[in-house]
Design a protein around this ligand. Structure first.
Ligand SMILES: C[S@@+](CC[C@H](N)C(=O)[O-])C[C@H]1O[C@@H](n2cnc3c(N)ncnc32)[C@H](O)[C@@H]1O
Length: 438
C-alpha cells in the first residue's frame, strides 16, 4: 500500500453468500471473521474495519490480498465450503484518512519529508509553530494541514525571528485560520485569558509551573516578580497561598487582573505593574503594612456540619473554637522567572530588610535566619554538564548578591532551549547577611 494520500487500496472482498440482503446475516459474517482458516487473510489497514457495506446493503468481509491466487488453499477451501464469492472492492483512503504527518510526508519535497514540521505548541485555539528556514516556502501548506487535522485549532501561527526582548513577546505571522489571538487556555486547573501577541506565554512551562506550585503549601505567601498573566500566581492562590504578583508589561498586568477575577482568587492575589527591582525593594514592607488574609480554615466534614446544626437547634453551648488564624505578613517564597536577566535583579535583595529600606518596621521580628524566604530564580546557562552548570549559575548568583549561598540550595534543569543552552531554576534561602546588609 502506498503512503500517499488519495491512493486507492483495492483489496478483494468476500460477499456473504447467497447475496440477498436478508441472507447476509451478522451470524454468517461472524463465522467468517472468526474462522481460523481466514485469520491471516482479513484486511489489516489501520482505522479500516474488516466489514463494510456494499451499495446494495450487503455485508462485505474485506480481505488483504488483491488476487485470489494469494489466498492459501485452506482459506479458499473454507470459502468454498461456505459458498462464498470473492468480488473486488475499492476503499478510498482520502485526505480525511491520513494524519497530518503522513500528508506532509507525502507532499513535501523528499529532502524535507523525513523530519516532521507538524509539531506545535497549543495555546488555547492557537497552534504555535517554530518552523526551520527550509520549511518556510511551504509554511502556508503546513499551516493549512495542521488547521484541517486538529479540530480544536482555529489559528495557526509561526514564530518570527524578531522578539521583543523586554517583555519576551514573540512576533508571529498567521499561516492559516482566523486572525484571532485572544486565547483562553487551561493550565493547572485554572483558566487564563490573554492576547498571545501582547504577552509572554509558553505552554512548554506547564510542568515547571506545576513543579514549583507543588512545593508551596497553603500557608505560604508568594511574591512573583515576573508574573506574566499568572501561571504561578493563580494556581498558588487556588491552593490557599497569599500572592503578590507583579509584571512590568501593562498588557500582562491587564490580563493578570482579569485572570485573578475569573479564577475567583481576588482575596488572595494582589497584582502590580512595576519594574521587578522596585517590586523586590518594596514588597516586604507592603505585606507588613497590609497583611494578607489568613489561610482559610479547612471545610467542615458532613458530621461536623451536622453537629453544628444540632448545637444551634438545642441550647447546648457551642464546642470551643480555635482562635482565628493571624493575617499573613511574612513572604515565604519568591519566584523570578525571567531567565535572560533574573539573576541581575538579585542585588535588589541586599539590605531589603535592613532599617535603611524597611524604616521603623520591625521586620527582624518575623524574618530570622530560618524564616527568610526561599528564592526560585530562573536562568540560562551555556554549560551543558550539570556540575559545570551548577558552578556557573552559583557563581553568578553569589556575585550578584555579594555573599555565598549555602542553605537549602537546589538546582533543577527545566529544559533545553537550544542545542547549546539550558534553562535552570536555582532555589536557595535568602542569606541573612544579604537581607540585613547595611
Ligand atoms: C519569561 S516571562 C514569565 C512569565 C510567567 N511567570 C511564566 O512563567 O510564564 C517574564 C515576564 O517578565 C516580565 N518582565 C520583563 N521585564 C520586567 C521587569 N523589569 N520587571 C517586571 N517584569 C518584567 C515580562 O513582561 C514577562 O511577562
Amino acid at each position: 500500500m502506498s503512503r500517499e494520500f488519495g491512493t486507492e487500496v483495492v483489496p478483494p472482498i468476500h460477499r456473504v453468500h447467497p447475496c440477498t440482503r436478508s441472507q447476509s446475516s451478522p451470524e454468517k459474517t461472524g463465522a467468517l471473521l472468526g474462522a481460523p482458516a481466514l485469520r491471516r487473510t482479513l484486511i489489516d489497514v489501520p482505522k479500516v474495519k474488516n466489514v463494510a457495506r456494499a451499495s446494495d446493503g450487503q455485508r462485505l468481509v474485506l480481505f488483504r490480498f488483491p488476487e485470489q491466487a494469494d489466498f492459501s488453499p485452506e482459506a479458499l477451501d473454507f470459502l468454498k465450503a461456505q459458498s462464498a464469492e470473492l468480488v473486488p472492492f475499492t476503499i478510498n483512503l482520502d485526505y480525511d484518512y491520513w494524519t497530518s504527518d503522513e500528508i506532509l510526508h507525502s507532499v513535501l519535497p523528499v529532502e524535507l519529508a523525513d523530519r516532521s514540521p507538524s509539531g506545535f505548541a497549543a495555546v488555547g485555539h492557537i497552534a504555535h509553530l517554530n518552523l526551520n528556514a527550509e520549511y518556510l516556502p511551504y509554511k502556508r501548506l503546513i499551516g493549512q494541514v495542521i488547521l484541517d487535522k486538529n479540530p480544536s485549532i482555529r489559528t495557526v501561527v509561526n514564530k518570527l525571528d524578531t522578539i521583543d526582548t523586554q517583555f519576551r513577546v514573540f512576533k508571529m505571522e498567521l499561516l492559516a485560520g482566523e486572525p484571532d489571538y485572544v486565547v483562553e487556555h487551561s493550565e493547572s486547573a485554572c483558566r487564563f485569558k490573554f492576547d498571545f501577541t501582547e504577552v509572554y506565554w509558553n505552554s512548554r512551562l506547564h510542568t515547571e509551573h506545576g513543579r514549583l506550585i507543588e512545593q508551596f503549601n497553603a500557608q505560604d505567601v508568594v511574591a512573583d516578580v515576573f508574573a506574566g498573566v499568572g501561571p504561578f500566581a493563580i494556581p498558588a492562590a487556588k491552593k490557599g497561598c497569599g500572592v503578590l504578583a507583579n509584571d512590568l508589561n501593562p498588557n500582562s498586568h491587564k490580563y493578570l487582573v482579569h485572570n485573578i477575577e475569573d479564577n475567583k482568587v481576588t482575596k488572595l492575589v494582589r497584582a502590580s505593574c512595576e519594574d521587578g527591582r522596585d517590586f523586590i525593594r518594596t514588597v516586604f514592607n507592603r505585606v507588613w503594612d497590609d497583611p494578607l488574609p489568613p489561610v482559610a480554615p479547612p471545610k467542615l466534614s458532613k458530621s461536623q456540619q451536622k453537629e453544628k446544626r444540632r448545637e444551634r437547634k438545642t441550647s447546648r453551648p457551642p464546642s470551643p473554637q480555635a482562635p482565628p488564624a493571624p493575617r499573613r505578613k511574612r513572604i515565604t517564597q519568591l519566584v523570578m522567572n525571567l531567565p535572560d536577566t533574573a539573576i541581575l535583579f538579585l542585588d535588589a535583595f541586599r539590605g531589603v530588610l535592613s532599617p535603611d529600606n524597611a524604616g521603623d518596621r520591625d521586620l527582624c521580628g518575623v524574618y530570622d535566619r530560618s524564616s527568610l524566604p526561599m528564592i526560585h530564580c530562573y536562568c540560562f546557562t551555556r554549560e551543558l554538564e550539570p556540575d559545570k552548570a551548577e558552578t556557573d549559575i552559583r557563581q553568578r548568583v553569589e556575585e550578584q548578591i555579594g555573599h555565598p549561598i549555602a542553605h537549602e540550595v537546589g538546582l533543577h534543569l527545566v529544559r533545553s532551549v537550544a542545542p547549546n543552552k539550558d534553562m535552570y531554576c536555582i532555589s536557595f534561602r535568602l542569606p541573612y547577611e544579604v537581607a540585613y546588609a547595611c
